[in-house]
Design a protein around this ligand. Structure first.
Ligand code: MGD
Ligand code: MGD
Ligand code: SF4
Ligand code: MO
Length: 732
């Protein structure tokens, strides 16, 4: 029996767990997960149901992809083939397409599920072997708005700019559009003090499980209309400024742009906001004053005040402005970088943080460098052994990439690594149609996802505990994901697949195949970048708390790899801390050291009540994302076997719907069917669907792909819909 300490395959909390493996035969066995001790302070030995059942998906299951699959023609079924045949086919088709249409004829779609090593290699593969600009990833659907907002205001995109354990001390925590009770259950431990003090404030149009944590005097639930958050936030800022409650001294010392911001919130008096966000003016004033008092107390030696945002407020057409407004609120309160609290965004995917700094984003190079910045291009090209002229420019963001596949403006071939886009992208009926128009679709996965089922070539890869790698969690802490079992014989490591393809494409820039080698390269290439990983140590990741930026002079040999700026610091659990656990303590990341406030305008304020019904979407505790993984775990599927739509009982009665009945939803782009769940905790003007299901139950048949102009994040949380019962016999 062997025991391996590793981290969960799913969300950004990256809970620590121990895998106990009885007999690791060559085909791999499903290990038992034991809950790890308190050595990892982020989950302190707790797991959610998904993490606790994750090991069932390892090894040689009948539904596991164990050989490459190809299709002889569009009409024929996928059939098994050899790795040589599959890779030669992919390389020759890519070469032919690029010869005809140029390098940008081939696109790459990456993921926040990939380890740092894979995400980095994917970006390098696209830019050096494919020489295409057309790479983007599913983080565009997830973190793009918050990332853009933090980059603009703070000068740096690190989701939580402080360790999660800092929350343990907070007396007030405001969650804007985040349902951690379901999406990261062990996170809730860190809210205990705030709840004990009555200081948890949850802003959500649903009485989510997280909103219910405020019951019994533990805090307050505020339910704006879906999409009403921006006016709400601007109005909170208005009250702070109008009533002299903002921390003018802090603003003067640590920010610029206050006057522009002040002007833009000047006419967001609470009565006006109330009409568009559905939260009463009284409540808006109360919340602003309450936060100001808590912040003042914090700075007088009391407990910290923290403002956090999740996808509920970010996945909107105005998501960047909303995240900026939340950051601006924290700045008005004088919190970020003071040790008295601050702002953070709760990153979602397992490597949602590392995935957004390794260079798989259309406009990005590793280390959070910019592909349009001449100096950044020089640096990265030099370290890759190529020239800046040879690197492509910025590509197109994920939704445009998918919605133009096979058109004159779009790519003719697409390689997908770690996403199930026919379930999770906006307007999936359109995506499906575009995928069919491709000359070549290649999907790398370990299961036959709905997207893999449409591919011309499917390449089976190793997953999670079958391979080594590093992940960067929601705190910017870099963790080791260790190999615990042997994967199925026919599956290969994704790093090997990319290196082989590069070789077959005749690339002169070599790609490393071993995770540890790639990690060493990441250290070299990110050195001096904003997300600097150069001082990390492969063997000690996870044993120490190592947060980027973690610098190491490139010129010096790494004889003493882990002596860092703040090595003296320790977390509450006494682990040695390296790098930068708290990023904005002395200064913000802009060259002037200040946070940049600026004007924020509401583009399309609609009255909350004349909307008709608004669909919002999100997550259930038992399922993960497009469901490729969790829909295969019996005990998770049993709890939630099919798509549901939550409806307020009054709304249901009005539309002739009953609990357990079938409903059809219609939007401008399509229709979807789901089982009705009555939920008296929902606003009457809002319905909620999880997006974990495929086929007729896919929530994304209804979302339109309207984009935030600043981040190109699609609108997932606010879609006008119609809702009616499905007649008997109508539901085939
Ligand atoms: N069980 C589970 N956990 C997960 C995942 C999963 O798929 N399943 N995915 C992971 C990933 S990638 C991510 S990004 C995170 C996401 O984690 P969260 O952000 O917590 O997840 P969501 O359910 O998308 O949205 C959160 C809440 O926003 C609310 N909401 C919807 N519209 C609005 C609105 O207009 N305004 C406000 N204020 N709130 C709104 C929803 O009702 C919901 O309760 O979860 C991670 N963890
Ligand atoms: N309506 C609606 N839609 C949404 C959202 C929403 O709230 N509402 N949320 C959005 C968000 S936040 C996100 S993050 C996306 C996520 O949605 P997707 O991008 O579809 O992510 P997953 O479902 O995690 O897809 C991962 C796929 O990759 C495979 N996979 C996992 N790890 C690896 C790996 O290392 N290599 C390879 N090759 N494959 C791997 C899995 O088996 C699975 O098939 O969905 C977005 N879509
Ligand atoms: S909360 Fe996230 S990381 Fe922790 S066990 Fe659940 S899915 Fe895994
Ligand atoms: Mo996400």
């Amino acid at each position: 029996m062997s025991e391996t300490r590793t981290h969960c395959p799913y969300c950004a909390l990256q809970c620590a767990m121990t895998l106990s493996v009885d007999d690791d035969g060559p085909a791999g066995t499903a290990p038992t997960v034991s809950v790890a001790g308190a050595w990892f302070p982020t989950n302190r030995g707790r797991l959610c149901r998904k993490g606790a059942t994750a090991a069932q998906l390892l090894g040689n299951r009948p539904d596991r992809l164990t050989a490459p699959l190809i299709r002889d023609s569009r009409e024929s079924d996928l059939r098994e083939t050899s790795w040589d045949e599959a890779l030669d086919l992919v390389a020759s088709r890519i070469t032919a397409l690029q010869r005809r249409h140029g390098p940008d004829a081939v696109g790459v779609f990456g993921s926040g599920s990939l380890t740092n090593e894979k995400a980095y290699t994917l970006g390098k593969f696209a830019r050096t072997a494919l020489r295409t600009s057309r790479i983007d990833y599913n983080g565009r659907f997830c973190m793009a708005s918050a990332a853009k907002a933090a980059t603009e205001v703070f000068g740096l995109d690190r989701g939580l700019p402080f360790p999660l354990t800092d929350l343990d001390e907070a007396c007030t925590v405001v969650l804007f559009g985040s349902n951690v009770a379901d999406t990261m259950p062990p996170f809730v431990q860190h809210l205990q003090r705030a709840r004990d003090l009555g200081g948890l404030i949850v802003v959500d149009p649903r009485r989510s499980n997280t909103a219910q944590l405020t019951d019994g005097g533990a805090g307050h639930h505020i339910a704006p209309a879906s999409g009403g958050d921006l006016p709400l936030l601007l109005s909170l800022a208005h009250v702070l400024l109008a009533e002299g409650l903002a921390d003018e001294r802090y603003l003067g010392r640590r920010t610029t742009g206050l006057e522009d911001f002040r002007r833009s919130v000047a006419d967001w008096w609470p009565e006006r906001a109330q009409a568009v966000c559905g939260v009463s003016a009284l409540r808006i004033r109360w919340l602003a004053r309450h936060l100001a008092a808590a912040a003042r107390a914090a700075k007088a030696g009391g407990d910290p005040v923290v403002i956090l945002t999740g996808r509920g407020v970010e996945q909107h057409r105005d998501g960047t402005d909303t995240a900026k407004a939340a950051i601006s609120l924290a700045l008005l309160l004088g919190l970020p970088g003071t040790g008295h609290g601050g702002y953070g965004t709760i990153t979602g995917q397992g490597n949602g943080q590392g995935g957004r700094e390794m260079g798989q984003k259309a406009d990005q190079l590793p280390g959070l460098r910019s592909i349009t910045d001449p100096a950044d291009r020089e640096t990265v090209a030099g370290r890759w052994g190529t020239t800046a002229e040879a690197l492509p420019g910025a590509g197109v963001p994920a939704t445009q990439l998918l919605h133009t596949l096979g058109t004159d403006r779009g790519v003719k071939a697409l390689l997908v690594h770690g996403a199930n886009v026919v379930v999770s992208a906006p307007d999936v009926l359109h995506v499906e149609q575009r995928l069919r128009a491709l000359d070549l679709l290649v999907v790398c996965d370990f299961f036959r996802s709905e997207t893999a089922a449409m591919a011309d070539v499917v390449l089976p890869v190793l997953q999670w505990a079958e391979e080594d790698g590093t992940m960067t969690n929601l705190e910017g802490r870099v963790l080791r994901r260790r190999r615990a079992v042997t994967g199925p014989a026919g599956a290969r490591s994704e790093l090997w697949v990319l290196a082989e393809l590069a070789r077959r494409l005749g690339s002169t820039v070599p790609l490393a195949e071993q995770p540890e080698e790639v990690f060493a390269e990441i250290r070299r290439v990110t050195a001096g970048g904003r997300a600097d990983y150069s001082g990390l140590d492969w063997d000690r990741c996870s044993e120490v708390a190592a947060y980027w930026p973690l610098r190491e002079s490139l010129a010096e040999p790494l004889t003493e790899p882990l002596t860092r700026e703040s090595a003296a610091e320790t977390t509450t659990t006494g682990e040695p801390v390296l790098g930068t656990p708290r990023v904005f303590t002395d200064r913000f990341a802009h060259p002037d050291g200040r946070a940049h406030l600026g004007p924020i305008t509401v583009r399309e304020a609609q009255p909350a009540s004349t909307h008709g019904l608004t669909l919002t979407t999100g997550r259930l505790m038992e399922h993960y994302q497009s469901g490729t993984q969790t829909r295969r775990v019996e005990e998770l599927l049993d709890v939630h076997p099919e798509a549901t739509v939550s409806v307020h009982p009054a709304t249901a009665a009005q539309r002739g719907l009953a609990e357990g009945g079938r409903a059809e939803l219609r939007s401008a782009t399509g229709s979807a069917r789901a089982r009705v769940v009555l939920d008296a905790g929902l606003r009457t003007d809002t319905v909620f669907m999880p997006f974990h299901f495929a086929g007729a139950g896919a929530a994304n048949r209804l979302t339109a792909g309207l984009l935030d102009p600043q981040s190109q994040m699609p609108e997932f949380k606010s879609t006008p819909v119609d809702l009616h019962p499905v007649g008997v016999g109508e539901d085939a």
